[in-house]
Design a protein around this ligand. Structure first.
Ligand code: FES
Ligand SMILES: [Fe+2]
Length: 455
């Protein structure tokens, strides 16, 4: 058992963990705790502000809102993306909303102050009526927000002292680079309004323990996860079960496994496998990897070497970039999630289906999704199942006598690791110390044990 007392002293935050495998319930609804997260966590982390295909051309912009802050993310030229606080320097009007394009720069809708894409003030109508001290060069320019481009996305950080982005996302950053995630493009994009705390929303997706009960259709007899040591192994039934699993994941998540890859797998239906299950799984993995790679490379897409990823131990299907961004790579494609708090018990979750296209054949700028409630009948089967538990869980947390969640430390350990890392931020630890702890959470969260969070 991990000794929590040391960490508790370290953090001194309200509603700290008294044991690593128990999460105090107030962390999911207490308003002061939520405000502490806003001030000490969200103000210091890298946040995914938009996908780059949302702003393909100079002058395209996308507005990222978080708590009471609004940030303009704009493309200046092919190589440069910049971010600014969305507030006119005259009397504070938000310059733009949502998304759009203004290649000639931003014009305030109130009195017409103008700004270039580089943020510089370019025009003040009736300039001479202002005193010189209100026209200081620099002071009337848009206030920049720190930004970086990585992994096919633009990122912002409100903290000028935070380390560079990649340093905050290791080891996930190196692994996702090996997956060439920057070449993925949006094929579908969904948004969900969830009546739950942002951490509760995330935690519904970061363990496998719920799969048998919540997604019984994924518990397919004969596939690798259901093989028992010593039980008879039927290679034909194994292949059928693997194909069925990919198909159910593909339909159920609308593209978590891309339909192209399911078709490639189905084409290998008659593949001869050895009778030994361990050997059979390895042979099947390689055959499917090879088939997916050659299908996509023939089309001219930027496809990583899946066998190399296997060899490096990078071929897992889920990675977190703390705190709110996830990539779930599978074969040629990936799902991606982003979570944003809207209130102590309210969250916006976005889901992308990403895939690879031959150069020049990438789809148009994706349209911003309508936000669906979590019980909307248009959700595919897998999110429908996950979302059906969430409002009930948030309500259940308010029950008198429910003091804390009880985690299985061997398989739900990521949830504990995630909370104890959050406490490091809430305690106001220096970035240098937080950076030592981040790699414990920027990993594949599934079936993970509790680990020591070393600040
Ligand atoms: S508030 Fe923007 S020009 Fe007046
Ligand atoms: Fe699920």
């Amino acid at each position: 058992m991990i000794d929590p007392s040391r960490e508790q002293k370290l953090s001194g935050v309200p509603f700290g963990l008294t044991r690593s495998d128990r999460i105090p319930v107030q962390r999911y609804y207490d308003r002061e705790f939520y405000e502490l997260e806003r001030d000490k966590l969200w103000s210091r982390v890298w946040q995914m502000a938009c996908r780059l295909e949302e702003i393909p051309n100079p002058g395209d912009y996308s507005v990222y809102n978080i708590f009471d802050q609004s940030v303009i993310v704009t493309r200046v030229d092919a190589k440069t993306v910049k971010a600014y606080h969305n507030s006119c320097r005259h009397r504070g009007v938000q310059l733009v909303q949502d998304r759009g394009s203004c290649p000639d720069g931003f014009t305030c809708p109130f009195h017409g102050w103008r700004y270039g894409l580089d943020g510089r003030n370019t025009a003040i109508p009736r300039r001479k009526t202002f005193a010189e001290h209100n026209l200081e060069p620099g002071d009337v320019d848009l206030v920049p927000v720190r930004s970086e481009v990585w992994g096919g996305c633009a990122w912002i950080n409100f903290d000028h002292n935070a380390p560079p982005l990649r340093q905050c996302f290791e080891p996930a950053a190196t692994i996702l680079d090996a997956w060439i995630v920057e070449s993925l493009r949006t094929e579908k994009w969904y948004a969900a309004h969830l009546p739950v705390n942002w951490k509760l929303a995330i935690e519904a997706f970061v363990e496998m323990y719920h799969v048998v009960q919540t997604h019984p259709q994924l518990d397919i007899p004969g596939m690798r996860y259901s093989l028992r040591p010593g039980a008879p192994f039927d290679p034909r039934a194994f292949i059928e079960a693997e194909i069925e699993y990919l198909r159910v994941l593909s339909d159920g998540m609308d593209g978590m496994v891309h339909a192209n890859d399911v078709r490639v797998a189905t084409g290998l239906r008659d593949y001869e496998l050895p009778a030994d299950p361990t050997l059979a799984i390895a042979t099947w993995n390689r055959a499917l990897n090879d088939a997916v790679m050659s299908w996509h490379r023939e089309r001219g897409t930027d496809m990583p070497d899946l066998n190399d990823l296997d060899a490096q131990g990078f071929n897992e299907t889920f990675y977190q970039c703390f705190p709110h961004y996830f990539v779930l790579p599978m074969y040629s494609s990936a799902s991606s999630y982003r979570f944003r708090p809207l209130g102590p018990e309210e969250t916006l979750m976005e889901i992308w289906s990403l895939t690879r296209f031959p150069e020049g054949e990438e789809p148009e700028r994706p349209s911003v999704p309508e936000v669906w409630e979590c019980d909307d009948p248009r959700w595919p089967p897998i999110p429908t199942q996950d979302f059906s538990n969430l409002p009930r869980q948030q309500k259940g947390l308010h029950a008198r006598g429910f003091e804390y969640m009880r985690l299985a430390g061997q398989i739900e350990g990521h949830i504990s690791n995630f909370h104890r890392l959050i406490d490091g931020f809430l305690a106001g630890l220096a970035h240098e110390r937080l950076c030592r702890a981040l790699p414990a959470v920027n990993v594949n969260p599934l079936d993970r044990s509790m680990v020591e969070i070393e600040f």
